[in-house]
Design a binder for this molecule. Structure first.
Ligand code: SF4
Length: 230
């Protein structure tokens, strides 16, 4: 098969690779895709016993624990907006725990999105969080900027607290429930990321009814994994 090459001003000719695909396809039709972004690497304020991600911080070339640099963040936002050529661009911020970097970090994200958005393009943001740091200022910010929140919760208290622990091993359910109450109070739309594990899998209706009736989530995303993060 004939090899294709990319010629960019100021750079040597190089073979086309998979990262060129969105731009090359954009010549033919609008290209939409969706990436999950982990600016906090595997940093997290919890220590869920089934988490597969915390330990990845020690892997060579792994996600690490440090925050994405400002240069990388700007490059990421610029190229993501450039390469998604549909009218809607969706950023999903995940972790580790992305709220660890605070509101100013997310204000910077919004200003970079504004800087690089093309006319007519709509930018959406999703935030996946364990809920521990969600407070009133966060809710105000999320509401004002139309974020969709994914809240990690595994069902009612005894099922959630079986695996989702703080660093000192203490339970987290009350804090997550408090976060859900704040989100509802501020009118921030949220769904849940619910890990289906060996305990809650035995009580599907109990979990479903809790998420729908008590928590008031609008949608649940179930992850059927023995180990997960989020
Ligand atoms: S599962 Fe998510 S919230 Fe729990 S420790 Fe892992 S990254 Fe943190």
């Amino acid at each position: 098969m004939k090899k294709a090459f990319v010629i960019e001003p100021g750079s040597p000719r190089r073979p086309v690779d998979k990262y060129d695909a969105p731009r090359l396809m954009a010549d033919k039709a609008p290209v939409g895709f969706h990436a999950m972004i982990k600016p906090a690497g595997s940093s997290c304020n919890l220590d869920c016993t089934y988490c597969f991600y915390l330990s990845k911080a020690d892997l060579q070339g792994g996600p690490g624990r440090s925050r994405m640099s400002d240069e990388t963040l700007e490059l990421l936002i610029r190229s993501y907006i450039r390469d998604v050529t549909t009218q809607e661009v969706v950023f999903t911020w995940q972790g580790g725990e992305p709220t660890l970097y605070g509101l100013d970090y997310f204000r910077k994200i919004l200003s970079l999105q504004k800087k690089y958005a093309r006319p007519g393009q709509t930018i959406h943001n999703d935030l996946q969080t364990n809920g521990i740091l969600i407070d009133e200022p966060w809710c105000r910010f999320l509401k004002e900027n139309d974020f969709l929140v994914g809240l990690s919760i595994d069902g009612p208290e005894h099922l959630h607290d079986a695996f989702r622990k703080a660093k000192d091993g203490s339970p987290t359910f009350e804090k997550v429930l408090h976060a859900a109450g704040l989100l509802k109070g501020f009118g921030v739309p949220f769904n849940t990321l619910t890990s289906v594990n060996r305990l809650n899998a035995a009580h599907p209706l109990q979990v479903y009814r809790f998420l729908r009736n008590e928590l008031g989530a609008t949608q649940a995303i179930a992850m059927r994994r023995s180990r997960k993060k989020g």
